[in-house]
Write a protein that binds this ligand. Sequence first.
Ligand code: SAH
Ligand code: SF4
Ligand code: F3S
Length: 439
Amino acid sequence: MSKIQYFIESYGCQMNDHDSEKIAGMLQKMGYDRAKNKFDADIIIFNTCCVREHAELRVFGNVGALKKLKDENPELINAVCGCMMQQQEVAKKLFKRFPYVNIVFGTHCLDKLPDMITQARLGNRVISTEDGNEIIEGLPIIRQNKYQTSVTIMYGCDNYCTYCIVPYVRGHERSRDPENIIAEVEGLVKDGYKEITLLGQNVNSYNGRNGEVDFPKLLHMVADTGIERIRFMTSHPKDLSPKLIEAMASIDAVCNHIHLPVQSGSDRILSRMNRKYSSSDYLKLVSELRNAVKGIEITTDIIVGFPTETDEDFNDTLNIVKAAYFAAAYTFMYSPRAGTPAAKMAGQIPQNIKSERLKILNEYQASTLQNGNLKYIGTTGNVLVEGCDTRSECKQAFGKLSNFKMVYFPGDESLIGKTVNVEIISAKNNSLIGTEVKA
Ligand code: SAH
Ligand code: SF4
Ligand code: F3S
C-alpha cells in the first residue's frame, strides 16, 4: 500500500509558515509523505490567517473548493487550523457550514493533530479551539529550506494595538527558555544552516527565564553558536532599547536590517492605535539606528484608513515615509476585525478613500526610493544565494545582502546556499545587479 500523503497550505505570516513546518514534522513522524499537490493528497490542511479580512475570504473560497475533491475521494481528510480557527465563533461557523471539513483546530493545540487525525480516520469530525498558554517544546520540524530558516523565540502578544486580532488568537506573551533556543540553533548550525530569523510578534520584548535573559543578551548567545547570519522579526518601536541597538552594532552575525513597523505618522492616530510612541520617538530611533549600525536598512508596515484618519493624518504618514526613508514598506488598508476596539470606533473610513490613500502611499514610497540604490554601486558585500533564475540567457543567481537588499548576479544553481562576495555594478529601485568577486 502506498504511503498516506499530506498537503499543507499556509495563508499567514512567517509564524504561520513555521507552524506548518511543525505540522509537517508531526505528519512525517506518523509515516506520511508530502504530496506534490492537493489533488494527490489524502490529507489536506489549510493553516489560516485572520489579520485582515482579505486573508479570511481567501480561506472561505478555498475551503469551498474542497467539496469537489471530497466528492471524488470520500476518504480524503480535510483540516482547517491556524489563527482564524482560534476565533471560536468563526471556527464553529466554518465547522457547521462545511461538513466535508473533518478537523478544525486553533493555534493552541498543534500537538494534538496526530490524535485528531486518528479520530478523523475512524469517521469522527473533530473541533478543538480551546485557549492555552503553555509552550509546546520538542515538536518535530520539517524545514522547507536548507540554508535559511526560522526559530520561534516567543509566542503571543500583550500589546493590544487596537486594530489587531493577533493577541486574541495567539494568547499572552510567553518566551521560550534560552537553553531550548540555543540547542535548536546549535542543531541548525550542525545541519549546515547559514541564516536564521528569530521569530516573535514582538521579539524585542523577549524575556527569557523570567527576566534573566533579555533580547540583546539572547542575540549574543545565539551569535556564540557560530551561525553566520541572524535576523529577527518583528520589533516594536516601544521596546527598541539602546542596548539592542548596541547589540546590533557590535555583533557581526546580526544583519544590518530591521523591520520596524511604524503603522502611521500621525501622533493622534498612533495614540488611538495604542502604539505607545509618537512620530518623533520613531524618527529618533531611526536616527539612532542609522548612527550606530553601519549601512542599516529599515523596512516597515503601514496602515491607511484607520478610523477617523483625516487627510492631515494621512499627510503625516507621507511625511514620516519621507523622513525615515524605508527600503521597503508593506502597506495595508485598515481592515476591521471583530472583537478589537478599533472595529467599534466611530469614524470608520469608506473603502474608496482607503484605496485611494493606499495608492497614493505606494506611489509616494516608490518615489522616495528613486535612484536611492545608486549609492551601492562599487560597493561589495556578501550575498547568501537563495535561488537561480534560469529564464534569461545567462543564469542569474539571486539572494540578499545582510541589509536585506536583493542582488542578482551571473551564477548557476551550484551557488544556492553559498555565501558569495559580490560587487554591485548597477542598481534598480528594488534590486541590485552585481558580479562575483573571486578571492
Ligand atoms: N507583530 C507584528 C506583526 C503584526 S501583523 C507587529 O507588531 O508588527 C503584520 C502587520 O499587519 C501589522 O504590522 C499591521 O501593519 C498589519 N495589520 C494588523 N492588523 C491589521 C488590520 N486590522 N488591518 C490592516 N492591517 C493590519
Ligand atoms: Fe498586533 Fe500590535 Fe501585537 Fe503586532 S504588536 S501583533 S500589531 S497587537
Ligand atoms: Fe500571523 Fe495571520 Fe496569525 S499574520 S499570527 S497568521 S493572524
